[in-house]
Ligand binder design. Structure first.
Ligand SMILES: N[C@@H](CCC(=O)N[C@@H](CS)C(=O)NCC(=O)O)C(=O)O
Length: 213
């Protein structure tokens, strides 16, 4: 059975969702953020020295890093279900979005979060955040205009990985208008496995608290 080390209100929600999509047996170990700082509790360092979530344990394997976990789970337990065949152009697109999610899109998300928290003191950081966020979201909006998912019309594990930065960015700036992204997120959130992962009630998933009032 796969053990998922999951932090409330965080990107590790995707791993619980993916386990549901794959129908693989799993057990969630919940770690709750410190109420004051919002940071991960020390219990996460018992499983990996960085003390971040997600981390999974599968037999002797301890694997951190969302992208690595998603690729590993899809490849090991997907029976070709959530990933296009290797060596095809669709697989290259799949890899692109898979890496883009954490490698590129989380940067404007985190810049926005911290610049907002710093207020006027953010200076250049704030200016950068306010330019990079629309740059990325505008790009994605355009990509999704004529496609149901990131790899054409087929739902893949790359969509699971892309969900969190998009949900996070939309919750940080709900006033911006991105109809294709919002329709896409609604499509993901309507999936029975997405709902089931929320319903298991393992930990809250509410990103609205990150928005600066
Ligand atoms: N790129 C890493 C980032 C891991 C990460 O920063 N996770 C956040 C959860 S959203 C965390 O554990 N934050 C708590 C902290 O830094 O104390 C991944 O995708 O796994």
């Amino acid at each position: 059975m796969i053990e998922i080390h999951h932090l409330n209100n965080s990107r590790s929600q995707r791993i619980v969702w993916l386990a549901e999509e794959l129908g693989v047996p799993y057990k969630v170990v919940v770690h709750m953020r410190d109420a004051k700082t919002g940071l991960a509790p020390p219990s996460l360092t018992d499983i990996h020295p960085l003390g971040k979530s997600p981390v999974i344990r599968d037999g002797a394997l301890v694997l951190p890093e969302s992208g690595a976990i998603v690729e590993y789970l899809a490849e090991t337990y997907g029976n070709g279900k959530l990933a296009p065949p290797r060596g095809t152009p669709d697989h290259a697109r799949y890899l692109y979005w898979m890496h883009y999610a954490e490698g590129s899109l989380m940067t404007p998300a985190m810049l926005t979060l911290y610049a907002r928290r710093m207020g006027d003191a953010a200076g250049l950081l704030g200016v950068r955040a306010e330019s990079q966020r629309p740059l990325h979201l505008g790009y994605i909006e355009n990509e999704l205009k004529d496609a149901s998912y990131f790899v054409g019309d087929t739902f893949t594990a790359a969509d699971v990985l892309m969900s969190f930065p998009l949900e996070f960015l939309r919750s940080l700036a709900p006033q911006d208008s991105y109809p294709a992204i919002d329709a896409y997120l609604k499509r993901l959130q309507a999936r029975p496995a997405y709902q089931k992962a929320l319903e298991t009630g393992v930990a809250p998933y509410d990103l609205s608290g990150y928005r600066k009032k």
